[in-house]
Design a protein around this ligand. Structure first.
Ligand code: ADP
Ligand code: MG
Length: 584
């Protein structure tokens, strides 16, 4: 039997599997994809479908398809699929078996041991059911691991014993569930201090809000309720999800559904609708606000304030929505971490735990991140005055690369026909205090808004080599300019960055101490060096002579450090001559 151990995130919406390879946790693709939809179905011939195919079938044949089985784990309820009833363990086992097969194909050997994650609030029967699902799939479940703990492990927290205890809040917004957990990591001991959340809140609700909006508009225009037509509704729902995902990186998205239904006369009807990020965020803002209440609930239960938290981690696919990032940042007054792919973090952490069980050596997870924020200079008019030099970041510091982000901007004067695009790297809200990476003109603009202003979309695309592509498009798509520039890049784990910063500070402090010791070696030499320092500091000293003196001073320090007395003596003689010359 293989000694390897799989790390499995058996999610409500998606499942992910990872394993340690060469000291690093890596995702094992299943059917060519990183995420396996947690959907099981039987096709019309009765053959088993797991993952993407089952997900696709759900639109056409919901009676032969099972989604979100995780909600039923340990409940004693059963799921129906094509007229047969299954236990939640059995449905989950179909997913786990698919994962085991994919892992065997990828690794070239059948791995039969696994660490499986569950939400921190899962009770004993729910955990037991998860273990049973593993057993049915032929997996020996070595450990049931809490999802927030797995996320923390992925970030490298809680792996070394020496460090201070860390309080971490994990905000996990997935497809159908939302969990907040506060955990404390002290060495390898992890305590879950509080959990809160909503078992029926997630990306599905956001899709539904958007699909409902479109269905309402369609009903208003055509007097047909798409919700009554399962297939049309499923298509609409899927298009809504795609648009939602696009809106996480683009300022607007277009939903295009040809021939969604026929009207009474049999003529095809279509949906074509553009939606802006802001409008979408407005549709879900009450749901997102609700997640902040859960954060407060968890903090209250833990008897902690926001400033007692050492780290905030964003996990789950839905945390890619930019509004989530800004709401949480503002609410907790600290920047959360989302560098590790939020829908893979739990699986990567499960792999770390699996690696520990298997006795593997594990290095910190390396992520390519941008060490600085990248953005634009903007100007606004406030009380009739132009306020410029304002920095608007598009890509935030510590974002994992490659990454692409777009925002919409508009001109400030009616009739303005050019924009000076200035791209900066840094964290200062005053643009010119940051590093200018490049600038270019975007001209021949034509107003595309009623008020005579022009809307443009600016797209930042940062690749793994730190090459930044900036594209500006006018909203009507009449003109587009792209420029390429080089940004700094870094390949460090988030923890590495914090550690290196601390180390750097220490090294500087140490260097000062060393300087002091070094010169005290011989009182005669010390006096001579002091004399030299005074002369170098005096005004009007000859520049060439000063350079010679500095050079010899450095040589003396080096010789002292090396313990080379002969060289010290020689160099001191040289210095004495130079000092005489300078003092004349
Ligand atoms: P779970 O933990 O429930 O299995 P995931 O963490 O995989 O779920 O999250 C799945 C959800 O994340 C889905 O609703 C999906 O639409 C959503 N999602 C994935 N990527 C994005 C994105 N870029 N922007 C917004 N939502 C996203
Ligand atoms: Mg999850």
């Amino acid at each position: 039997m293989s000694t390897k151990v799989l790390g499995i995130d058996l999610g409500t919406t998606n499942s992910v599997v990872a394993i340690i390879e060469d000291g690093q946790p890596r995702i094992i693709p299943v059917g060519g994809e990183r995420l396996l939809p947690s959907v099981v179905g039987l096709d019309s011939n009765g053959s088993l479908l797991v993952g993407r195919h089952a997900y696709n079938q759900w639109g056409i044949a919901p009676e032969r398809t099972v989604r979100s089985i995780k909600r039923l784990m340990g409940s004693g309820k059963r799921a129906e699929m094509a007229g047969t009833s299954y236990t939640p363990q059995e449905i989950s086992a179909f997913i786990l078996r698919r994962i085991r097969e994919a892992a065997a194909a990828y690794l070239g050997e059948d791995v039969q041991r696994a660490v499986i994650t569950v939400p921190a609030y899962f009770n004993e029967p729910q955990r037991q059911a998860t273990i049973e699902a593993g057993e049915i799939a032929g997996l020996q479940v070595e450990r049931i691991l809490n999802e927030p703990t797995a996320a923390a492990l992925a970030y490298g927290y809680g792996r070394d014993n020496g460090s201070e205890p860390l309080r971490v809040l994990v905000y996990d917004l997935g497809g159908g569930t939302f969990d907040v957990s506060i955990i404390e990591l002290d060495g390898e001991i992890v305590d879950v201090i509080a959990t809160a959340g909503n078992n029926h809140l997630g990306g599905d609700d956001f899709d539904q809000r958007l699909a409902d909006l479109l269905a309402d508009e369609f009903e208003r225009d055509h007097k047909i309720d798409l919700r009554q037509n399962h297939q049309a509704w499923a298509r609409l729902w899927r298009a809504a999800e795609e648009a939602k995902i696009e809106l996480s990186s683009l300022p607007y998205a277009t939903i295009n559904l040809e021939y969604i239904v026929a009207d009474k006369k049999g003529r095809p009807l279509h949906i074509q609708r553009e939606i802006e990020r802001q409008e979408f965020e407005g549709l879900i803002s009450d749901l997102l606000d609700g997640t902040l209440d859960a954060i407060d609930q968890a903090l209250t239960d833990a008897k902690l304030g926001a400033d007692d938290l050492d780290r905030v981690l964003l996990v789950g696919g839905s945390t890619r929505i930019p509004a989530v990032w800004s709401l949480v940042t503002e609410h907790l007054d600290q920047e959360p971490h989302a560098e590790i792919d939020p829908d893979a973090a739990v699986a990567l952490g499960a792999a770390v735990q699996a690696g520990i069980v298997a006795g593997e050596k594990i290095d910190a997870i390396l992520v390519d991140v941008t060490p600085f924020s990248l953005g634009l200079e903007t100007a606004t008019i406030s009380r009739g005055r132009l306020k410029d030099d304002h920095f608007v970041p598009l890509i935030r510091r510590n974002s994992a690369v490659p990454v692409q982000k777009s925002e919409m901007f508009n001109t400030i004067f009616p009739g303005q026909h050019a924009i000076h695009v200035k791209v900066y790297q840094g964290e200062n809200s005053i643009a010119s205090e940051n590093v200018l990476l490049g600038d270019f003109m975007f001209d021949e603009l034509k107003p595309n808004r009623g008020d005579g202003l022009t809307e443009v979309t600016v797209n930042f695309q940062l690749d793994i080599n730190g090459i930044l592509n900036v594209t500006v498009i006018d909203r009507a798509g009449r003109k587009q300019i792209s420029e390429q520039m080089k940004a700094s890049r870094q390949r460090l784990s988030p923890e590495d960055i914090a550690q290196s910063q601390a180390k750097l500070a220490l090294t500087y402090a140490g260097a000062e101490d060393e300087d002091e010791d070094e010169v005290v070696v011989d009182p005669g030499v010390h006096a001579l060096l002091e004399r030299a320092a005074k002369i170098l500091a005096a005004p009007g000293v000859d520049a060439e002579l000063a350079a010679d003196i500095s050079e010899v001073v450095i040589a003396i320090r080096e010789a002292v450090q090396d313990g080379d007395d002969e060289a010290v003596e020689e160099r001191c003689d040289e210095l004495i001559d130079l000092l005489f010359e300078a003092e004349e």
